[in-house]
Design a protein around this ligand. Structure first.
Ligand SMILES: Cc1ncc(COP(=O)(O)O)c(C=O)c1O
Length: 349
């Protein structure tokens, strides 16, 4: 009953086996190997156009380095107020960009409100005294477990481009979004106006492999040096690349994500109607958010469930409440979900 994070899940067997097969022998270091070279074509085919792809180890590095390519040190990076970039990267985007300001914007369900974006992008302030907006970043699937449609993304990127902002997509859970929408990866990236993305694999079964993917090769001009300077030009790069190839082989990335999404939907359905549980939104990807009495959350934990929660302030509530997040992953089973739901029913009684 492990629903704390998809980062807590292990490595899926197909990726481990691919690493094992590649473990021996020699290859040129620092990405000059065949596996890494082959990624350009592989991701080009995945996205249906020429791309430049740069593997890195963490999602934070992918986001921060990608954003640093979109702004000068004095620019603003516009994001959602609930975004990982804003809340959970300890200032890495500011650090890698040499000082750009990350500016949070409101919006329901983890999605940037287009009007808020329009205002922030157009804000010129006091001329040279004000940092100009230079980049916009969205997360897909969002930190609230929702999924932007292609039209929603296109609407935001059109506003951003109208004001000469570069556009970035944090795809730490990109596979879950693609599996949820059933669309081609191109539809919610470059065709919807995204210039560069962070392509995540770690949460969805890799051991540790993320990548920055540029849809506009011109923006990638000095990225090789940014990555080097940022400490992410990995000497044995081939092992990141092997993971990324295995991730795409036979649609493993989508099969894994479909399982995670299905399990989240099952969880959502199972929790619906349990006395005391209020579900916050639908399960569009692999996360479920709910509010419930602290006493129920404690009983679920005593029954062996693992998940994160924060106190939920509701002055009208009869007892203390907790807002919880439940995350399913590629290895979550129906049995995990059903036992959690049973424990929830018991805790309510
Ligand atoms: C939406 C989102 N983006 C980026 C990241 C960053 O990934 P990492 O922990 O590998 O730096 C996370 C990690 O939890 C995330 O949830």
């Amino acid at each position: 009953m492990y629903f704390a994070s998809d980062n807590s899940s292990g490595v899926c067997p197909e990726i481990m086996e691919a690493l094992q097969r590649a473990a021996g022998g020699y290859a040129t270091a620092y990405g000059e190997d065949g596996e890494t070279g082959g990624l350009q074509e592989r991701f080009g085919a995945l996205f249906g156009r020429e791309v430049r792809i740069f593997p890195v180890i963490t999602g934070t590095a992918a986001n921060s380095l990608a954003l640093s390519a979109l702004t000068e040190p004095w620019g603003q990076i516009l994001c959602h107020q609930g975004s990982h970039v804003y809340n959970d990267e300890c200032g890495a985007p500011e650090f890698f960009s040499g000082g750009a300001r990350v500016v949070p914007l409101p919006g329901a369900g983890g999605k940037i409100d287009p009007e808020a974006l329009r205002r922030a992008a157009a804000h010129t302030g006091h001329g040279v005294h004000t940092s100009p907006a230079r980049a916009m970043t969205i997360t897909q699937a969002t930190e609230s477990g929702t999924v932007y449609t292609a039209d929603e993304i296109a609407r935001l990127t059109a506003i951003a481009h109208d004001h000469s902002l570069g556009t970035h997509l944090d795809g730490a859970r990109f596979a879950n979004a693609v599996a949820s929408l059933g669309c081609a990866p191109a539809e919610i990236t470059w065709k919807a106006g995204i210039d560069v993305m962070s392509f995540g694999a770690t949460k969805n079964g890799a051991l540790g492999a993320e990548a920055v993917v540029f849809f506009d090769p011109e923006r990638a001009a000095d990225f090789e040096r940014r990555r080097m300077r940022g400490g992410h030009l990995v000497s044995k790069m081939r092992y990141l690349s092997v993971q990324l190839h295995a991730y795409l082989d036979d649609d493993l990335w989508l099969r894994n994500a479909r399982n995670a999404n299905r399990m989240a939907a099952r969880l959502h359905q199972g929790l619906t109607g349990i006395d005391g549980v209020t579900l916050l939104g639908p399960a569009e990807a692999n996360e479920v958010f709910a509010v419930l009495p602290v006493r129920m959350a404690d009983r679920l934990r005593e029954a062996g469930a693992q998940f994160y929660g924060d106190p939920f302030d509701d002055p009208a509530a009869a007892e203390p409440l907790e807002a919880i997040r439940l995350v399913a992953s590629f290895c979550t089973t129906a049995d995990d979900v059903d036992r959690f739901v049973e424990a929830g029913v018991a805790a309510a009684g």
